[in-house]
Design a protein around this ligand. Structure first.
Ligand code: UT7
Length: 329
């Protein structure tokens, strides 16, 4: 267990673009049906940004809401950490654009990449900075424009993803929801099963990469599905053991929203009823690292938890990466 100052979530906010893309919309241009998508994924619709909107635009709205919720001024932020796999550009970081747009002129800024597990990774980094005393106020953002890296002619991937952003303010002290622990894991030997092949130093963007569609997400669905369940269950079990808890003691599980069947299978293997899992995948699809902070915001606004409840955030994604975080509400 980490020693040092307590780190707590003192504010939360989210932002979703207005435009809705339903399963029926997709079935007009693809060989798919609302029935197939709903049954295999739990997704009914997702939000999509308009042309010209970038991850930082969604992030700014979510961040300002989180800062307002925490009663913190942008100038009081010491550090901005943004988790995204759809940054505005490769560099500078999306965090720098957010920093400028919200006027956080006293903040350091960097991005973190751990795909769909990225928000839990970023929260873990924020907790460490705050627990060590190095920082007092950290803004943690998960922001994605997944529609920009999705091939809408590929029915096995484009049905899954949506756009959105969520943010939390992490501060020293116990005036909020305390981040009790974080657990992280990865397995780079399986990097190929979920990735975006082109646009980096290994395969720079070229006419050929664009013509071959290598600037879009490539996913080996069944393999990712299997690995997700194994690692989600493992990292929840580990978190419970390290906190001297039984998994049944978690009042709520807030999972990354990737596929309802992944969530159901993981809950079943953990011996937990589905009523304990927070699910909004039907409305937003998989928003990668934005899914958990969006869920936290909805839970907070809906007053779905009581002070003193113990909650676990858990996520899995490309890398492979996974992680969990226990929060005392
Ligand atoms: O956050 C981590 C990110 N990644 C994920 O979470 C993805 C994890 N994987 C999944 O969610 C699932 O594997 C998918 C939803 C992507 C696919 O579901 P599945 O049950 O694994 O289906 P499948 O890939 O085995 O495909 C079964 C059939 C295939 O047809 P045949 O070969 O049996 O004739 C596919 O071509 O379903 C077909 N299919 C579709 N049919 C209608 C694939 N996509 C569609 C579609 N509509 N959209």
């Amino acid at each position: 267990m980490e020693k040092g100052y307590k780190a707590s979530i003192t504010g939360v906010g989210s932002f979703l673009p207005e435009k809705v893309l339903t399963n029926d919309d997709l079935s007009k241009t693809l060989d798919t049906t609302d029935e197939w998508i709903t049954k295999r994924t739990g997704i009914k619709e997702r939000r999509i940004v308009e042309n010209g909107v970038a991850a930082s635009d969604l992030a700014v709205e979510a961040s300002l809401r989180a800062l307002d919720d925490a009663n913190v001024l942008p100038t009081e932020v010491d550090l901005i950490i943004t988790s995204t796999i759809t940054p505005d550009c490769l560099f500078p970081s999306t965090s720098c654009y957010i920093q400028e747009k919200i006027g956080a002129r006293n903040a350091g800024s960097f991005d973190l990449l751990a795909a769909c597990a990225g928000f839990v990774y970023a929260l873990s980094v924020a907790k460490s900075f705050v627990a060590s005393g190095a920082m007092k106020t950290v803004l943690v953002v998960g922001a994605e424009c997944m529609s920009k890296i999705t091939d809408y002619t590929d029915r096995s991937t484009c049905i899954l993803f949506g756009d959105g952003a969520g943010a939390v303010v992490v501060q020293q002290g116990n005036g909020g929801r305390e981040i009790v622990s974080t657990h992280l894991g990865s397995d780079g030997s399986q990097a190929e099963i979920l990735r975006l092949p082109a646009g980096g130093s290994k395969l720079p963007a070229s006419h050929e990469t664009v013509e071959s569609g290598l600037h879009y997400i490539k996913l080996r669905g069944k393999e990712v599905f299997r690995q997700a369940i194994i690692n989600l269950v493992d990292v929840v079990t580990k978190a419970a053991a390290d906190n001297n808890m039984q998994v049944e003691e978690f009042d709520m599980v807030i999972p990354h929203q990737s596929n309802i069947r992944i969530i159901e299978a993981a809950m079943e293997r953990l011996g937990l009823p589905m009523e304990k899992a927070y699910v909004n995948i039907d409305r937003y699809g998989n928003t990668s690292s934005a899914s958990i902070p969006i869920a936290i915001d909805e839970i907070e606004k809906g007053q779905l938890l009581n002070s003193g409840d113990t909650v676990i955030l858990v996520a899995f994604g490309g890398g492979l990466t996974w992680g969990s975080s226990v929060i005392e509400w």
